[in-house]
Write a protein that binds this ligand. Structure first.
Ligand SMILES: Cc1cc2nc3c(=O)[nH]c(=O)nc-3n(C[C@H](O)[C@H](O)[C@H](O)COP(=O)(O)OP(=O)(O)OC[C@H]3O[C@@H](n4cnc5c(N)ncnc54)[C@H](O)[C@@H]3O)c2cc1C
Length: 391
């Protein structure tokens, strides 16, 4: 029989939300156990594009929404953490790009006036030209305008690795999760028959949270999934590009980020409007053909003849919104000892942790006596999709 564990905060789900929260709590002296059923970051987190948004994308519409306001501080917080002097020490995490770019291909119909006037971008957007352009756009045939946004792009696998290091001995690979009740009150969880008692239990299991709630006999908070059909390209002719290419609409026509593959080549990972509803309806081969046509039209100087292609279907998991709209902030619901939530963006993981920490403070939860954990089975690291699809 595995030993019984007592901890201050038991977290279920080791994506960026659970890992970041875990590291923040440990830094504040709380004991934690973080349970993961598959791989660290292997859900949405390592499948994300790694953009630390400051809200510029959401200001494209002209309307300044709550998201633009709440998210505006995230690049600063991440930058400080990456420099090793923020709320977490993330020194060693690989920064892929100091900036994300907004690229208007010249024929754009969208109205950029309100965009540039909006609070989320005001004073933080500079036009770039010539050798300041992202390498993939440096060609004499390039027409259009490029603006540098004060947003970062990070290498998510190295982030997950660093947060796993900060988790110390607290990571636990576990599949079967059941409630641990005392007098009908939830006091912890049974993880693969091991009893874990905790002052607070946090569910941050991304798309797995709905099933966890059901296992605990709860139906709230309700969750929504928004599917994406992402495109992956790998080849020697692909140079770094981190940019939203504007169409005429409220969403970028295509968002390209570039990631290092294990074999030293660059991978282009493409989302944005092309990966949303119409893209979701396309078969993989059709989706690849659509992306090839887009890149062929937008960047005709890039030789695609040796590029390998794949697509990835993945859902964003979020609190239920009316009409499948995008939530504006990290979300946290509370019910007794149980806290349940979604960061809604990788960039908003700090906001998710803030909300949990504020809840603990409000309820007067303090770090309990420190007792060392027994050796626990560790979950593996999540692997980027291109290493599996284009080895
Ligand atoms: C294609 C794509 C691109 C994106 N790009 C960006 C971007 O550029 N910038 C940005 O800010 N956001 C982006 N996002 C959103 C971002 O990825 C997510 O909001 C964020 O990663 C969610 O983190 P999470 O920890 O809540 O979930 P996840 O990363 O999904 O982690 C949840 C974890 O819980 C585990 N789990 C599930 N069920 C159980 C269980 N029963 N027991 C134990 N563990 C369980 C899972 O295995 C998983 O590891 C993107 C999302 C997608 C899909």
């Amino acid at each position: 029989m595995p030993s019984v564990i007592s901890t201050d905060v038991l977290i279920v789900g080791a994506g960026v939300a659970g890992l970041w929260l875990n590291a923040r709590l440990r830094r504040q002296g709380f004991s934690t156990v973080l349970v993961e059923s598959a791989s660290l970051g292997g859900g949405q987190s390592v499948k994300s594009q790694g953009i630390i948004h400051g809200g510029a994308k959401y200001a494209l519409h002209g309307a300044l929404t709550g998201a633009s306001e709440a998210i505006a501080d995230m690049p600063r917080r991440w930058r400080e953490a990456l420099a090793g002097d923020g709320e977490l020490d993330l020194s060693g995490v690989r920064l892929l790009s100091e900036a994300h770019y907004l690229w208007s291909p010249g024929t754009i119909a969208g109205n950029l006036t309100s965009f540039f006037a909006s609070k989320a971008v005001r004073g933080r957007v500079d036009q770039v030209k010539g050798d300041q352009l992202p390498p993939a756009l440096q060609d004499k045939r390039f027409k259009g305008k490029v603006y540098r946004l004060a947003e970062l792009v990070i290498d998510v696998p190295s982030l997950v690795q660093r947060l796993a290091d900060l988790a110390g001995d607290g990571l636990l690979a576990g599949q079967k999760i059941e409630p641990l009740l005392e007098g009908g009150v939830l006091v912890g969880l049974k993880v693969d028959e091991r009893e874990i008692r905790a002052q607070r239990i946090v569910l941050s299991a991304g798309g797995g949270t709905a099933a966890l709630l059901e296992a605990l006999g709860l139906s709230q908070p309700a969750m929504q999934r928004r599917p994406l059909h992402m495109i992956i390209a790998k080849g020697p002719s692909l140079k770094p590009l981190y940019a939203h290419c504007l169409g005429g609409g409220t969403k970028p026509r295509i968002t390209v980020t570039t990631h290092p593959a294990a074999d030293g080549q660059w991978v282009w990972y493409m989302g944005g409007d092309i990966a949303e509803s119409e893209g979701v309806a396309r078969e993989s081969a059709e989706q690849i053909a659509t992306a090839q046509k887009e890149i062929g039209q937008l960047l005709p100087w890039i030789d695609l003849s040796t590029v390998q292609w794949a697509t990835l279907r993945v859902d964003r998991a979020e609190p239920l919104q009316s009409g499948l709209t995008r939530p504006d902030n990290a979300f946290l619901a509370e019910e007794g000892r149980l806290l349940v939530g979604w960061p809604t963006k990788l960039a908003l993981a700090p906001d998710f942790a803030d909300r949990v920490i504020a809840s603990l403070a409000r309820d007067g939860i303090q770090p309990g006596p420190v007792s060392s954990l027994p050796p626990l089975p560790k979950p593996p690291m999540g692997v980027p999709a291109w290493e599996q699809l284009l080895p």
